[in-house]
Design a binder for this molecule. Sequence first.
Ligand SMILES: Nc1ncnc2c1ncn2[C@@H]1O[C@H](COP(=O)(O)OS(=O)(=O)O)[C@@H](OP(=O)(O)O)[C@H]1O
Length: 214
Amino acid sequence: MPQASWRQVTIEKTPSYFVTKNVPKRIFTMSPKMKLIIVVRDPVTRAISDYTQAKAKKKQMPSFEEMVFLGGSRAKNWGAIRIGVYSNYLKRWLKYFPARNIHIVHGERLINDPGAELALLQDFLGLERQVTQESFYFDPVKKFPCLRYKQSLSSSSSSSKPTTSSSFQTQCLGKTKGRRHPKVDPMTLTYLRDYYRPYNQLFYRMIGVNFAWP
Ligand SMILES: Nc1ncnc2c1ncn2[C@@H]1O[C@H](COP(=O)(O)OS(=O)(=O)O)[C@@H](OP(=O)(O)O)[C@H]1O
């Protein structure tokens, strides 16, 4: 972790931390006061997203449906499916950290209403609410929210007096985020939704929030 002054908050982001066995203990040993942020989305969409990412790297990969059904009972062990059982992983974290140290970000709302989701996140981190709805605009091409922020530009005039003007800068997430998902056969979707339902219910009870994933 880089050094930070008392005015700064350092964030480190690695998706695999959530699901890697020894990480809760390792992070607890590093600092039991650590604040943890977990972004979750409907596990069925998550599985398709995971598959889409893998397929982009491995073109000859079978279709999503084949991966789910031809894998038979092994399919449940396929990382893309297994990771969506959030309750299993959260349990491990709760052995070390109290629920108040863990903030769950609602992945769908992060896309549909980023200002509201960021308000909750800033509160959790004890930060002033500087990122607001106005910090985002919806990019019609990318179909995702992107950041819009003011940047002060200093320039020297002929009298060499510094002038400060401000303009908006914009920033979207990179090309690998927000990939187009394949269309998945409805029977496969139903099968996966039925599979996740009880685990989702357990997860809602653990966090005290119902995301109402279908
Ligand atoms: N603002 C914005 N722009 C683009 N993408 C956004 C945004 N907010 C959330 N998302 C969702 O982030 C998903 C990719 O995040 P990952 O955690 O899978 O990324 S990674 O594992 O760290 O590579 C990515 O998943 P895919 O849509 O499957 O690509 C997005 O749905």
